[in-house]
Design a protein around this ligand. Structure first.
Ligand code: SF4
Ligand code: SF4
Length: 411
């Protein structure tokens, strides 16, 4: 067991602690059992206790019975329930995350998640990669990337790269595209390299608040060593941690997601976007950019600035966007979820993309590319895998907004 927190004995104690420790936690008493949360939940249909059922179980004093079911692990922390709750109850950050914490303490945890948590504890990233290889993607690049410990100089922007953008082979192409754009814009940036560890936000949402705090403290120690004006990240989960969660631990720095950072420099970027990308494009709103942080316009502004791009919306869009299935530990629970639901929400999302692009007046028959644009390193591997298993999605291309910008800039 990774956490040393004491397990809660009763439903009353759970609710009391919820009210005392979760921001806006007292709102849990306002639940009217309308079921909107469970209706909005992508996996509600397979949960023994979807969010409104969790509250009903707590009210009935049946915490123990609830913890015997493992279907809380179907929660991907997508915030759809929180978004629709008329009583503004912190369902995701409060309820489902707290229930997962109790499930961890009760030892009711799927093996693949346990494995990821143990890797995170040992290697400081849930992929189990060597911390020394965190900046391997940056070796042999020209111009050389500034690694703070080696350069020993202040930089304007500290790039918090994140786990998947550092290590995952599919996500790394967006990381390289970002490097080229930052260089083209003459941004003075540096990375922490091996001193950076996981942002920890997905560990927190998977119920491991102890590991989250450990990661935050390690990152804070690295931040304190260097001088910089702001933090830049391509990872919405890292962005959410740095913007909303680290300050609760007194770790506070100005941070921007790359879409915000580039929109602020659109006047500089626009003249560099010379190459046409003849494509119909849908944008997948990442949960921790959109619902968690209200960043909906910036990604669209960037896409619309690329010559040749025609932006089309999917049926679930902006605050109603459908999760890719990677949040809240979902990246490490695909096998478990398939066993329970025989469904992958990444496939549902790809089906929506195909439908939106296919129904649009200019389809791929016209020779234009069809692109599912993303802005989160979790998404490329998930959507690419989904496309491979879906004949109807043949030809659909997944591209990070950074890759599309770099391509149009010709860098
Ligand atoms: S949407 Fe809110 S008020 Fe309605 S059942 Fe869910 S938690 Fe309760
Ligand atoms: S956060 Fe998403 S997956 Fe989890 S309970 Fe809410 S709607 Fe369902």
């Amino acid at each position: 067991m990774l956490m040393e927190t004491k397990m809660i004995d009763t439903s009353t104690e759970f609710i009391h602690q919820f009210v005392e420790t979760v921001p806006e936690g007292e709102r849990i008493r306002l639940c009217i059992q309308c079921g909107a949360c469970s209706g909005a939940c992508p996996f509600g249909f397979v949960m023994d206790f979807p969010p409104h059922g969790m509250i009903a179980m707590l009210r009935a004093g049946m915490l123990d019975d609830m913890l015997k079911s493992d279907t809380a692990w179907m929660c991907v922390s997508c915030l759809a329930c929180t978004q629709v709750c008329p009583a503004k109850i912190p369902v995701t950050d409060g309820l489902t995350t707290r229930v997962k914490e109790e499930m961890l303490l009760a030892g009711n945890v799927p093996t693949e998640l346990q494995d990821a948590l143990e890797k995170a504890q040992r290697y400081f990233n849930p992929l189990g990669e060597s911390p020394r290889k965190r900046a391997e993607w940056a070796t042999k690049l020209e111009p050389e990337i500034t690694i703070m410990a080696k350069a020993k100089r202040p930089v304007d922007v500290l790039w918090f790269v994140g786990d998947y953008a550092s290590y995952h082979p599919t996500a790394r192409s967006a990381t390289l595209a970002l490097t080229k754009i930052l260089n083209a814009l003459n941004v003075d940036f540096g990375i922490l390299g091996p001193e950076e560890v996981s942002d920890g936000d997905s560990l927190r949402l998977a119920g491991e608040s102890g590991l989250f705090e450990m990661m935050a403290e390690k990152n804070a120690k690295a931040f304190e060593k260097y001088e910089f004006n702001e933090i830049f990240t391509s990872d919405p989960h890292a962005y959410n941690a740095l913007k909303n969660e680290y300050p609760r631990l007194d770790i506070s720095y100005p941070v921007r997601h790359f879409t915000q950072f580039f929109v602020e420099r659109l006047e500089q970027i626009q003249p560099l976007l010379k190459k046409n990308i003849d494509a119909n494009v849908v944008f997948h709103d990442p949960c921790y950019l959109g619902r968690a942080n209200d960043i909906y316009e910036e990604p669209r502004q960037l896409l619309q600035s690329i010559p040749g791009v025609e932006l089309v919306e999917m049926s679930h869009t902006r605050e109603n966007s459908l999760c890719c299935g990677g949040g809240g530990g979902g990246m490490w629970l695909d096998g478990f979820r398939w066993e329970k639901a025989e469904a992958r929400i990444s496939e549902w999302r790809v089906r929506e993309a195909v439908s939106a692009l296919g129904n649009h007046e200019t389809t791929n028959e016209s020779g234009r590319a069809r692109i599912l644009a993303i802005a989160c390193p979790y998404e490329a591997p998930r959507f690419e895998d989904a496309i491979k298993s879906m004949p109807s999605a043949e030809g659909l291309i997944v591209k990070d907004i950074a890759e599309l910008l770099a391509e149009s800039m010709g860098v």
